[in-house]
Design a protein. Structure first.
Length: 608
């Protein structure tokens, strides 16, 4: 049964259990704990509740608090936060309650799992169920701690880098809740240990085997046979946390810990992070497994066969697919019956290079400020709707400038109505153009929501490998370098090609220039990450772990047309100021309510 279906069945069953119910026996008897051991579905509900707490976002949210976008929703908590309202008691980025709740349920499950009758009539099946469920639980706990570290790790006034309180056993009514924060390094060690436990217990993927010879020896020795192994570890479990997901999570944690904001006291080096990323990528044959259409087709109507099946060469782990029109309703331009919520910034548009691979600031790039969207990186048109773009075949061009389109419509114009763009751009990435969000002619389509993409792991490897060994050294022994990864990503994007898609005779000159300088390659890798992962809720955390300036004003493009000549004029302007304080806001706060409640908790520097 798919995870989503199990959730629907069990969340309601668990709803009657309050936190107090979990800590104390029921009034009349001890049925809760007894039933857990006798009724495996009841026990599994604790684990499923952990899945329900997974902190992955499925829509573009946090990017509007960065230099990549703004929103036209004036009441957005992320908008208000970015404009100066970010406080320890007003933190839209907090993971504290959600992830700590998830950890409590996982710890409770781990304390019970070996006593539950999963398959009492078969010793081998009982053992396999215990191993798989424990492996899932360890992996989930590592994910919760990863998100807690990302959101709340930081330096306190004693100059020690702290994580969060480490809890590996379930709390109950007799527990001491006044726990101090563990060091960041100790939290990372626990995350690694949990990932290693998950990797040891779980198969890399949930796939059916075809012969008894493929059954692992430890199960074969206790009588496991083909059908029982496939029942526990086979394709029916696909979508659950696997060994490969645990490996990828460990690599993500390592990259965070080896980043400039944390590396001094995290105990993790870039070399280690690169090797852990390499371990994940080896499973798909390194660059041989690099998805040549993975920069866009995984979410578009063109990728329909992969949307409607489990297999997808770009996505390592995803949620179940959903048929809806939600993202389109939120983000389509007004003339397509959307609310235009996420408005990409001119800052991000300027980050896309020219088609020849050079940044627009390069004197040899060929950039024309009077025709700013010509000969640009094809990913610009893939991800962002700019002035004059056609989004739906048969529909007029989207005009974001201050003049009407062919149908004399002006609602898409910048700042025209409440749902118009504020920057001169609309979101295109993640949206399907075969959706109609209008209630009277509603057309919904399948969407997939990735939790981890392979492109993210490739970029993580490139970042860590370049930092560890430089652009062209294969220090991990994986068969490719940071340079090789970025070359593959840029080739996939169509860079260093003519307008007809033919390779330029001189090749990707800018990439070759960067490959001679570690610092230039670092900046290029960061820019490629910004482009490839835009609107996937990565930018907010990347800016902070890289310790980059946070106060860059978000800019837009104002376009006017001369009614006599038809000539367009382009003017960049400031849309929204960012009021972050880089002296301490590279690290998020511990919730103020927790600081007031527990005397042993130390707050991060600068936060009150």
């Amino acid at each position: 049964m798919k995870t989503r279906n199990i959730l629907l069945l069990l969340i309601g069953f668990l709803a009657f259990c309050s936190c107090q119910d979990m800590f104390e026996p029921a009034d009349e008897n001890n049925r809760q704990e007894d039933a857990m051991y006798e009724e495996s579905k009841y026990a599994e509900g604790l684990l499923i509740y952990g899945y329900g707490r997974l902190p992955y976002l499925t829509t573009t949210q946090t990017d509007i608090a960065t230099d990549d976008a703004v929103t036209n929703n004036q009441n957005s908590n992320y908008k208000l936060m970015a404009e100066g309202a970010w406080q320890s008691d007003n933190n839209p980025m907090s993971q504290w309650d959600n992830c700590k709740d998830g950890i409590q349920y996982i710890n409770l499950f781990l304390s019970k799992v070996e006593k539950v009758k999963w398959a009492p009539s078969a010793i081998s099946k009982q053992k396999m169920f215990i191993d798989r469920l424990k492996g899932e639980a360890f992996g989930l706990r590592a994910i919760f701690y990863y998100y807690l570290l990302q959101a709340h790790g930081g330096y306190a006034n004693d100059d020690q880098l702290y994580g969060v309180p480490l809890l590996t056993i379930a709390e109950d009514g007799s527990s001491d809740f006044n726990q101090p924060r563990a060091t960041f390094a100790d939290c990372v060690k626990q995350c690694f240990a949990d990932c290693d436990s998950a990797i040891a217990l779980l198969p890399p993927d949930y796939e059916n085997i075809s012969t008894d010879a493929e059954i692992p020896a430890k199960y074969k020795e206790i009588g496991a046979f083909l059908t029982s192994y496939n029942l526990v570890f086979g394709a029916k479990a696909s979508g659950l946390l696997s060994g490969k997901v645990a490996e990828a999570t460990k690599a993500q944690i390592a990259l965070l810990a080896a980043s400039p904001a944390f590396r001094k006291q995290s105990g993790v080096t870039s070399e280690e992070a690169a090797k852990l990323c390499a371990d994940v990528l080896k499973r798909i044959g390194g660059l041989e497994g690099f998805d040549k259409t993975g920069n866009k087709d995984w979410y578009s109507s063109a990728y329909k066969p992969f949307i409607e099946t489990v297999a997808n060469p770009e996505i390592l782990w995803r949620e179940d697919r959903h048929k809806n029109a939600d993202q389109e309703r939120e983000n389509f331009p007004p003339t397509l019956y959307g609310s235009g919520r996420v408005n990409p910034s001119q800052n991000l548009v300027d980050a896309f290079p020219m088609r020849n691979g050079r940044p627009i600031s390069d004197k040899n790039s060929g950039y024309d400020a009077k025709n700013p969207y010509a000969n640009r990186d094809p990913r610009l048109a893939d991800n962002i709707i700019y002035n004059g773009a056609i989004f739906k075949t048969g529909k007029p061009a989207i005009i974001t400038g201050n003049y009407p389109n062919d149908d004399n419509e002006t609602d898409d114009n910048i700042n025209s109505i409440a749902t118009s763009t504020r920057t001169g751009y609309y979101l295109k990435k993640l949206l399907r153009n075969d959706v109609s969000p209008l209630s009277s002619s509603l057309i919904e389509q399948q969407h997939i929501y990735p939790r981890i993409r392979y492109t993210e792991i490739f970029l993580a490897y490139a970042e860590a490998a370049n930092d560890a060994w430089g652009p062209k050294t294969d220090g991990a022994g994986v068969g490719f370098t940071a340079y090789d990864v970025i070359k593959a990503i840029r080739e996939r994007a169509g860079l260093a090609t003519s307008e007809y898609g033919l390779p330029l005779p001189e090749g990707d000159v800018y990439l070759e220039e960067c490959a001679k300088d570690k610092a230039k390659m670092r900046d290029l890798i960061r820019n490629e990450r910004r482009i490839e992962l835009c609107f996937e809720n990565k930018r907010f955390w990347d800016l902070r772990r890289w310790m980059l300036p946070l106060n860059e004003s978000v800019k837009g493009m104002d376009i006017k047309r001369n009614e006599e000549t038809g000539e367009l004029t382009y003017k960049i302007f400031d849309v929204e100021e960012r009021k972050f304080d880089s002296s301490y806001q590279w690290y998020g706060p511990i919730p103020k309510s927790e600081i007031l409640r527990w005397s042993n908790l130390k707050q991060n520097k600068g936060w009150k």
